[in-house]
Design a protein around this ligand. Structure first.
Ligand code: PLP
Length: 426
C-alpha cells in the first residue's frame, strides 16, 4: 500500500470520497460496540463459576492454621492464600499481605498513608511543598487519577519497547528528593502490552534515590495473563533484585486476581520487604480487623495452587487470543504500509495501544463514536488526560465477541483513514 503522505491531493480526495461512502453505509447499521474498558467477557467469568460451589453450607471453613474463617481474625491473610498469591507474584509468603477485593484500592491506600503519615517515619508528604511521581506514558488512567487526586505533580516518562526511558528515570529519581514514586505496569503493560527488559528491571533495582521514602509502585496486574503458550514474556523479579542491590525497601509489588477470577470479587495483595510490611501493618491494624477470609479460602480451594491458576489462565487465553487477533489483523490488513498509525502486538495483558499521526487521536475516537464504536477517551492514557501529541488510543478487545470486534475494527480503521487524510490535507 502506498503511504498516504505520498499520494497527491487529488488521489487523497478520491480516497476520502470512497471512505466516506463506506463509513456512511456502516454508520447506517446503527451499531453499538464497546472497546473502551478492559473487562473480561461473560465467557471468561463463567470459567470461575466453580468457585461458587467450593464453599457450600457443609464446607469446612477452618483454614490451615485452625482459624474459623467465618469469624474475625487474621489481619494479613490466611496462610494458604498468602502462599497462592506469593507464588503468583514470585515472592516468599513472608513478604505478602493479603488485602480485600481490589489492588487499585491498595495503591490508593498506599499513597494516602504516605501523604498523611509518611513512609517508615519520614515526613508525611502532605507536609512537603512539593511531591512528584514519575508516570511512564502511555499508562493506566486510574493510576494517574490517584496521584492527581492527592495533588501530586506528575511527570511524563516516555515508554520504549523495553520499558520506561531509564535515563530519565535515573536522572529524576537520583537527583530530585521531591520524586517519591513511579507508577509501573511492568508486564504486558496497560495499554501497550510491553514487558520491561531484564536490563530495565536491573536499572530500577540499582537506583540511588535522592528521597529515602522513594518507592517503585510495581503494579503487576497482568503477571500471569499470557495470550500464547509458545510466546510468553518473562519479567525479572524485582524484590530480589532490589535486595541484591542494597535497596530492599524500594518496591511495593501490587497484584490481584481480578482478571483471574472475578473483577471486583477477587483477592488483592502487596508483596514487599518485611520492613515495609511492618510499616504498613501499623496502619492496617487501625483500619480493619481483617479482610474477607471466606473469599480467600474460596480462591485457594478453587485454584488449589499456582499450577491450577496457570491452567486456568490458559482457558482465559483461549477466549482472548482470537479477539486480539481479530483487531490486530484488521489493523494490519487495512492500515499496514499507509504510515498513518503504529501499534505493537502484545503477547499478553488486556490492551492494544494505537498511535495515530500527531493531532488525530481525539478526532478518531469521535469519528468512531459517530458509527457506534465507543473507545477509551483519547488522552486518558496520560496524566491529567492530556496527551501532548494527541496520538494515543487504547483499544480494549476483551469484552466484545470476535465478530463484533471485526466490525468495530473496520469502523476504527475507517475513522483513522478519514481523520488522517484531513490532517494531511490541512
Ligand atoms: N492495575 C492495572 C494496570 C489495571 O489495568 C487494572 C484494571 O484494569 C487494575 C490495576 C485494577 O485492579 P483491581 O481490580 O485489582 O483493583
Amino acid at each position: 500500500m502506498t503511504p498516504y503522505k505520498d499520494l497527491s491531493r487529488e488521489e487523497l480526495l478520491k480516497e476520502k470520497e470512497n471512505l466516506e461512502q463506506q463509513f456512511a453505509e456502516i454508520k447506517a447499521k446503527g451499531l453499538k460496540l464497546d472497546m473502551s474498558r478492559g473487562k473480561p467477557s461473560t465467557a471468561q467469568l463463567n470459567l470461575s463459576m466453580g468457585m461458587m460451589d467450593v464453599l457450600d453450607s457443609n464446607a469446612d471453613l477452618v483454614c490451615e492454621e485452625g482459624v474459623d474463617c467465618r469469624n474475625y481474625g487474621v489481619l494479613d491473610g490466611i496462610k494458604e492464600a498468602k502462599e497462592l498469591l506469593a507464588d503468583m507474584t514470585e515472592v516468599s509468603p513472608d513478604n505478602i499481605i493479603i488485602y480485600g477485593n481490589s489492588s487499585l484500592n491498595v495503591m490508593y491506600d498506599t499513597v494516602a498513608r504516605s501523604m498523611t503519615h509518611g513512609v517508615m517515619g519520614s515526613t508525611p508528604w502532605c507536609k512537603l511543598d512539593k511531591v512528584k511521581f514519575l508516570c511512564p506514558v502511555p499508562g493506566y488512567d486510574r493510576h494517574f487519577k490517584i496521584t492527581e487526586h492527592f495533588g501530586i505533580e506528575m511527570i511524563n516518562i516516555p515508554m520504549h519497547e523495553d520499558g520506561p526511558d531509564m535515563d530519565m528515570v535515573e536522572e529524576y529519581v537520583n537527583n530530585d528528593p521531591a520524586v517519591k514514586g513511579i507508577w509501573c505496569v511492568p508486564k504486558y503493560s496497560n495499554p501497550q502490552g510491553i514487558t520491561y527488559s531484564d536490563e530495565t528491571v536491573r536499572r530500577f533495582a540499582r537506583l540511588k534515590p535522592a528521597a529515602e521514602d522513594f518507592r517503585i509502585y510495581w503494579d503487576n496486574a497482568y503477571g500471569i495473563h499470557h495470550l500464547y503458550e509458545d510466546k510468553q514474556d518473562n519479567l525479572v523479579e524485582i524484590l530480589m533484585e532490589c535486595k541484591k542491590e542494597g535497596n530492599p525497601d524500594m518496591v511495593y509489588k501490587f497484584c490481584s486476581t481480578s482478571k483471574v477470577s472475578f473483577p471486583g470479587s477477587g483477592v488483592a495483595a502487596i508483596g514487599t520487604s518485611k520492613a515495609n510490611i511492618a510499616d504498613i501493618k501499623k496502619q492496617m491494624t487501625i483500619q480493619t480487623i481483617g479482610h474477607d477470609k471466606l473469599n480467600q479460602l474460596r480462591h485457594v480451594r478453587f485454584f488449589k495452587d499456582i499450577h491450577g491458576m496457570v491452567l486456568h489462565m490458559r482457558k482465559h487465553a483461549d477466549i482472548l487470543r482470537p479477539k486480539f487477533e481479530a483487531v490486530l489483523s484488521g489493523l494490519k490488513n487495512e492500515l499496514g504500509g499507509l504510515e498513518i498509525g503504529s501499534w505493537l502486538e502484545p503477547r499478553g495483558g488486556y490492551f492494544i495501544s494505537f498511535d495515530s499521526l500527531p493531532g488525530c487521536a481525539k478526532a478518531i475516537v469521535a469519528k468512531a463514536k459517530e458509527a457506534g464504536v465507543v473507545m477509551t477517551d483519547a488522552g486518558a492514557t496520560f496524566p491529567y488526560g492530556k496527551d501532548p501529541q494527541d496520538s494515543n488510543i487504547r483499544i480494549a478487545p476483551s469484552y466484545p465477541t470476535p465478530e463484533e470486534l471485526k466490525t468495530a475494527t473496520e469502523i476504527f480503521v475507517l475513522s483513522v483513514k478519514l481523520v488522517s487524510i484531513d490532517k494531511i490535507l490541512e
